[in-house]
Design a protein around this ligand. Structure first.
Ligand code: CDP
Ligand code: MG
Length: 744
């Protein structure tokens, strides 16, 4: 690196403050060196006690890995030595590790077993401005830990890219902040003229207000066209690269395909300059992600087509032009319907500034916004919304409960989560049996919280342990948690994709599924992983299981041709194999398997697997409505009217499965789905037939209407509380004001 990073000038100040105080905020423009340097300063200047580590927590997995690689390189060691990373299902930490990058989710899980974070001398909470839900929860836990006085030697650094840090400082008892001035060059900003476009028809409540939401999908073409215009008219070289912000993997694939096609046509006509097109989003394998950092040669231009991943958490040098579509995909939990939806929404003005800033890192740059200035001023929000305000909360609620937070409503966070969502999460946890009627974690809850999967899947694995089908359910969980195992049709044509569909892969292209079904189940039945027959018509999940069984049976020498023949993404299958092995081991070590009864041998394997899935995903149960159609109504919505404060009244919604699931739908009455994907409407991805009787008990629990305030710990349980103060628990709102102290 030629010039020293901006943060280097503040090294002494930062270290001196950290010697004197427990918490410090470091604010610095993206690229100033917070992520890669702070931890090294702390280690090299003796802030890390022997035998302890510096933790650097990241909201994003890819950023944790990239930073560990970079810092290992700077220190001349291999990743997994002095510098390591830990992300879900991939841990490189070793006895010699002193700097450990980890996702905030991994750190949160560690805090379950080690609430005083004893392995660390310093915890750097990076990308604080992103306000990811796990980072927010860790802030709450760290504050509780510091105030308890149990770790007077622990230091905490809150690293943020935005200047507004009053909130963080206030939260940590008015701690000090060090400001690192950026080295930004001016960036000229150009807005698109307001286009005369018809409004969108899918009723996106928030995005609908602003112009341009109508053009979702259009901006992909606009971005491609503009990029080619810039490429053809500007010089190329190391600091002439282009960064395009789109909203998701699918749009990025479309844009990349179109750019490559146009660049190839230019090359055929004898163009002098090449265009190197690189996608960047969280769903890519790490080696593909790492390619965006490769330097550009003198005769080519690099164009990185990215999600908001490139906004602050990753810095790519040499960007001259930014093209910003102005939107991002945002996951929102619809509390009333108990569903997670993905919507495309305008980014905040703060995020738009960050995106523009990516062009001014090494020299003066330009930012082209594909939306009008008027719309930006009127319709784009000033600040983003913290994830905790829009996320489903079961994982967080269960973690906090298991860490001994008695009253969740009184637990102090930077922004309190919506009360309705929290109470709903508690009801859901109660329904899967993770909390008892008093809101205390059950043995089951205490075990599933340690599995690195959402509580629903944890409950399914627990049931699988009981039914003797852990291998199978772990296989399914692994195949659904990573990259799509089916290859997409090569670059589905960019034209006519107004929908910007997204999420988890299997949206528009069901070709892989259809092919697998035709091949694996000509007569309906196929072989399960353990060699037992399963009927793949009963569940998409069983089809995945049969596919995995075939993969596992195929000799290594034949595996590449097998994958090509089946339209299967081999990398995703290998990853699933690793995750599956880890899940099986984790279930074994969690004690879930030990407490399970021996499997009943007379029940078919496929049925046991479906029963286990149902035990976790019953809240995703639907029933078909009408005759012959594919419309289904969620049963939780029907049961929801009695969910106390989290209840839903008369809200109703119809869901449909993806087209390739038709074989499962046919003849089924009740189903559960794995997740919803958002195309033009909410569609169920991966459906599984269930028997109505399996739903009786969980739905009874859902309807049991245990007061969610009791579950939250904000109100005594009816028996325990009635004599103490005459409040009968289930009625009377007064108890909520007497929340117990959160800092016990
Ligand atoms: O965290 P912050 O945005 O403040 O900066 P950083 O991630 O520590 O990056 C500091 C500098 O290191 C960047 O400006 C890049 O020049 C360089 N860097 C890099 O080249 N490759 C990486 N993988 C990470 C950082
Ligand atoms: Mg950073």
């Amino acid at each position: 690196m030629a010039a020293p990073l901006p943060i280097a000038a503040h090294r002494e100040e930062i270290i001196a403050r950290l010697r004197a105080e427990q918490v410090l905020i470091v604010v610095g423009e993206t690229g100033s060196g917070k992520t890669t340097q702070l931890c090294q300063y702390a280690l090299d200047d003796g802030l890390c006690a022997p035998g302890r580590m510096v933790a650097v927590s990241q909201p994003r997995r890819i950023a944790a890995i990239a930073a560990a690689r970079r810092v290992a390189e700077e220190r001349g060691c291999a990743v997994g030595g002095e510098v390591s990373y830990t992300v879900r299902f991939d841990d490189t930490v070793s006895a010699s590790t002193r700097i450990r990058y980890l996702t905030d989710g991994s750190l949160l899980r560690e805090a379950l077993d080690s609430p005083r974070l004893e392995r660390y001398s310093l915890v750097i909470m990076d990308e604080a401005h992103e306000r990811s839900i796990n980072t927010d929860v860790l802030f709450g836990l760290l504050r509780r830990l510091l105030r308890s006085g149990a770790r007077p030697d622990l230091r905490v650094v809150v690293a943020s890219a935005t200047l507004d840090v009053r909130k963080f400082a206030h939260f940590f008892d008015d701690c000090a902040a060090v400001h690192v001035p950026g080295r930004a060059h001016p960036v000229a900003i150009f807005h698109a003229a307001p286009p005369p476009r018809a409004p969108d028809c899918d009723g996106r409540a928030r995005a609908g207000r602003v112009e341009g939401a109508a053009a979702e999908g259009r901006y992909v073409e606009d971005a491609v066209e503009l990029c080619m215009r810039l490429h053809r008219s500007r010089p190329v070289g190391p600091s002439e690269d282009v960064l395009i912000f789109l909203t998701g993997a699918r749009e990025i694939a479309l844009a990349c395909a179109a750019l490559e096609q146009l660049a190839a046509a230019d090359a055929a006509r004898g163009a002098a300059h090449a265009l190197r097109v690189l996608p960047l989003h969280a769903g890519l394998p790490t080696d593909a992600q790492a390619r965006v950092f490769s330097p550009t040669s003198a005769a080519e231009r690099k164009v990185v087509v990215a999600t908001n991943l490139a906004e602050t958490s990753l810095t790519i040098d040499g960007i001259r032009c930014v093209i910003d579509c102005g939107y991002a995909k945002v996951q929102r939990y619809d509390c009333a319907r108990g569903m997670e939806l993905l919507s495309t929404e305008p980014i905040s003005k703060a995020a738009a500034r960050q995106r523009a800033g990516r062009a001014g890192r090494t020299r003066a740059g330009e930012c082209f916004r594909l939306y009008s200035e008027e719309a930006f001023a009127r319709g784009w929000p000033d600040h983003g919304e913290p994830e905790i305000a829009r996320a489903a909360l079961p994982s967080v609620a269960l973690s906090l409960k298991c860490m001994g937070v008695r009253d969740l409503l009184a637990f102090d966070l930077l922004d309190p989560p919506p009360r309705r969502a929290l109470l709903r999460a508690l009801s859901d946890l109660h329904a899967i049996g993770a909390l008892d009627d008093q809101g205390v974690p059950t043995e089951l809850g205490a075990r599933i919280v340690r599995l690195p999967v959402e509580p629903r899947l944890g409950a399914a694995l627990a049931k699988a342990a009981e039914l003797g089908c852990v291998d199978e359910v772990a296989t399914i969980a692994a195949m659904l948690s990573g990259e799509d195992v089916f290859l997409r049709a090569p670059h589905a044509n960019a034209a006519g994709t107004a929908g910007g569909a997204e999420a988890g892969g299997a949206t528009a292209d069901g070709g892989g599924w259809a092919r697998a079904r035709a091949r694996l189940a000509p007569g309906g039945a196929a072989c399960g992983a353990a060699g037992a027959e399963v009927d793949v018509r009963e569940a998409d999940q069983l089809l995945l299981l049969a596919l995995y069984a075939e993969y596992a049976r195929t000799p290594p020498a034949a595996i590449v041709s097998w994958a090509a023949e089946c339209g299967v993404q081999l990398r995703a299958m290998h990853a699933a194999r690793d995750v599956r092995a880890q899940l099986v081991a984790l279930v074994a070590s969690s004690g879930l398997a030990a407490r399970a009864a021996p499997a009943p041998c007379d029940e078919p394997l496929g049925r046991r697997v479906r029963r286990a899935l149902c035990a976790g995903f019953f809240a995703h149960a639907v029933r078909r409505v009408g005759t012959g159609g594919d419309a289904c109504v969620p049963l939780a919505v029907l049961a929801g009217a009695s969910l106390g404060e989290g209840g839903v009244g008369t809200t109703s919604v119809l869901l449909r499965p993806l087209a390739h699931s038709a074989a499962v739908l046919n003849g089924a009455h009740a189903l559960i789905y794995h997740e919803l994907v958002w195309t033009t409407c909410a569609q169920m991805r991966c459906i599984c037939r269930v028997e109505s009787s399996w739903l009786d008990e969980p739905l009874r629990r859902l309807r049991a209407a245990v007061d969610p305030l009791v579950l939250a710990g904000a109100r005594p349980a009816p028996d325990a509380g009635a004599d103490a103060d005459g409040v009968a628990g289930a009625s009377g709102g007064g108890a909520r004001a007497r929340c117990t102290d959160a800092r016990h």
